[in-house]
Design a protein around this ligand. Structure first.
Ligand SMILES: Cc1cc2nc3c(=O)[nH]c(=O)nc-3n(C[C@H](O)[C@H](O)[C@H](O)COP(=O)(O)OP(=O)(O)OC[C@H]3O[C@@H](n4cnc5c(N)ncnc54)[C@H](O)[C@@H]3O)c2cc1C
Length: 568
């Protein structure tokens, strides 16, 4: 690694990979060298390297800041009323995401939060702050198109049983016109479906080999056949070809602004990192610094830089104290809500096919601030691994037994019975899983404790009408005799304690028209800190409604364009 770069990027998910690619390519356009360095805390996964042994938790989970070998593929963090699951690795959460590429609702860009503020900045809405209906979606369309052209999403060629089940549920609820197949960023083969066939360069742009999707259902534990068009196989691959350097297992711990007399980058930024592979610390300086550690990662880092913290009796002084007081605001779980329909009237086999394939779109409900319902799935590997373990099902049973007792102790005996009557891995052939998302109130607040650890204060109060409407609609889709004729069960943590689980964290460093309304401007630049950018889900100032990665990607495309216009 060099000591100085034109651009340093923290994180390699949607925000990081896209800015890395576009800014490294700027080199060709400008005819001068543009050096780009990406620092990613997680590991790199080549074809076939994703973990599959359930008995090796350190391969699966990122914990303890990556110390003691906890450098796994996913991070699960639990907060007040909400838990969050994100990915960790070269390619970011795209490694474990479920491939859906979809635009935000048209109404999203005009959202007014419960505090009465219009959330999106005027430059994105294409009008002054007072105008009620802007052209946000129209303005974003060219950037959505760029993401589309890179990730090449298309609907599943051979719809599965669960796709058909969701369609039947929609029909039964009188909502057949709301059903549609989703665009999925998956390589299916060059001539329709060619399950299992390897292609050396499927998209003809000098990319890596990929094997056409074999419908194994393992999308969210890392695709070992590289059938998913994850970011390491396109944007980041092309960024590296254009000269960007990508360093895995490099966790950024601190950012400082350089002094005026810095020898290379006066008023630039110095980034301090820990090399988790070889266990040493280092630093690197940049003219332009882009944070793309995701909603949690970027916000946590900036909160530490704004406020300082104490660790092991050592005080770390605030390094970027002038960041807006809006830092930490407008956290949203994008209305994520999980449920399952059991004992339906048909075979569904949720373990076959890409995890998500289709949607029933209720975006027009609640004055255009509604939700969409998607089919979910389970990787078959879980069942296979439990069988292979020396203690086999016994280990799993002990864990579930603990969960059952826990739920019973917290006064949820009936719920515990309900769950465990249905929990039979061999008999979920007739079960349909639902992943629902939409426009929650996006009024969560992120902060840090004395030791610099992230906290999220989430309250369902302002989102309760929204969740009630989801519950009612799921009931119609699942339980009507004209449709699936099954029994609905919500995510147990919701039923027991109104605790949500989200895979779509957004906000924390929201965009805004000024530093009293946001942390970054419409171009992603942090107010009061020139050349410091945030380009990931953290800048999204409201819930988006549908799955967010395409919009985060489009915003990153827009930010890259603006950085190039200003000059690197
Ligand atoms: C199970 C699951 C399924 C999903 N399915 C879909 C879907 O189908 N469609 C969709 O649109 N969205 C989906 N999402 C959400 C989507 O993946 C995220 O919205 C998107 O990846 C967010 O992009 P990002 O750039 O903000 O952050 P991320 O993609 O999360 O990338 C952030 C990166 O920064 C790294 N990082 C964080 N902190 C540091 C640090 N201090 N130093 C160095 N590196 C750091 C992280 O390891 C990570 O690689 C899913 C998410 C999950 C978990």
């Amino acid at each position: 690694m060099k000591q100085y770069y034109d651009v340093v990027i923290i994180g390699s998910g949607f925000g990081g990979s896209i800015t890395a690619c576009r800014l490294a390519e700027a080199q060709k356009e400008k005819g001068k060298e543009v050096s780009v360095c990406v620092l990613e805390r997680g590991k790199r996964y080549n074809m076939g390297e994703f973990p599959r042994e359930v008995a090796k938790p350190k391969d699966w989970w990122w914990r303890k800041g990556g110390k003691c070998g906890w450098k796994g593929l996913m991070e699960f963090r639990s907060f007040e009323n909400i838990s969050v699951l994100v990915g960790s690795g070269v390619g970011g959460t795209s490694l474990v995401y479920l491939d859906v590429q979809i635009n935000a609702f048209e109404s999203t860009f005009d959202i007014i939060g419960p505090e009465g503020q219009r959330r999106w900045p005027s430059a994105i809405r294409g009008c002054s702050p007072e105008v009620s209906e802007g052209k946000g979606l129209d303005n974003m369309l060219p950037y959505y198109q760029r993401v589309f052209e890179m990730l090449r999403p298309s609907p599943i060629p051979d719809p599965t049983l669960k796709t058909r089940a969701l369609k039947a549920g929609a029909e039964g609820a009188g909502a057949s016109d709301r059903f549609k197949l989703l665009d999925l960023a998956i390589y299916w083969g060059n001539n329709g479906s060619e399950k299992g066939v390897l292609n050396e360069d499927p998209y003809g742009r000098g990319g890596p080999p990929q094997i056409a999707c074999s419908y194994c259902g393992e999308c969210y534990i890392g695709c070992n056949t590289h059938s998913k068009n994850t970011l390491d196989l396109n944007y980041l691959w092309l960024a590296q070809k254009a000269g960007a350097e990508v360093y895995s297992q490099h966790k950024v711990v601190k950012i400082e602004q350089n002094p005026d007399n810095h020898p290379v980058h006066p008023r630039g930024y110095t980034v301090h990192y820990e090399n988790l592979r070889w266990n040493f610390s280092g630093s690197v300086s940049a003219k332009i610094l882009i944070l793309a550690g995701g909603s949690l990662g970027s916000t946590e880092l900036l909160l530490q830089c704004k406020h300082g913290y104490k660790r092991r009796c050592k005080k770390v002084e605030p390094a970027l104290p002038e960041i807006s007081d809006m830092l930490g605001k407008y956290f949203s779980g994008n209305g994520d809500f999980g449920a399952g329909g059991f004992e339906t009237n048909r075979a569904i086999d949720p373990m076959v096919g890409p995890t998500i394939t289709a949607t029933v779109d209720y975006g027009d409900k609640l004055d255009g601030h509604g939700f969409i319902i998607e089919d979910g799935g389970l990787p078959d590997i879980l069942r296979a691994n439990l069988r292979r373990l020396p203690v086999g099902y016994a280990a799993g049973r002990r864990w579930f037994d603990f969960l059952r007792k826990f739920l019973s102790r917290s006064g949820n005996t009936l719920l515990a019975q309900e769950i465990f009557n249905r929990l039979d891995f061999d008999a979920i052939r007739d079960a349909i899983l639902y992943l629902v998302m939409g426009i929650d109130a996006a009024d969560g607040v992120m902060s840090i404790d004395e030791e610099g650890n992230l906290e999220i204060d989430w309250n369902n109060k302002n989102s309760m009408d929204f969740f009630r409407e989801i519950e009612k609609t799921l009931r119609e889709i699942t339980e009507l005799k004209t449709g699936l004729d099954g029994n609905l069960m919500f995510n147990p943590t919701w039923s027991a304690r109104r605790h949500l689980i989200t895979v779509h964290p957004l906000g924390g460093c929201p965009m805004g028209d000024s530093d009293t309304k946001g942390v970054v401007d419409a171009d992603g630049q942090v107010f009061n800190y020139p050349n410091l950018y945030v380009a990931d889900g953290a800048i999204v100032p409201s819930a988006l409604g549908p799955n967010p990665s395409k919009t985060i990607g489009a915003l990153a495309e827009r930010i890259s364009e603006k950085i190039k216009e200003k000059g690197i």
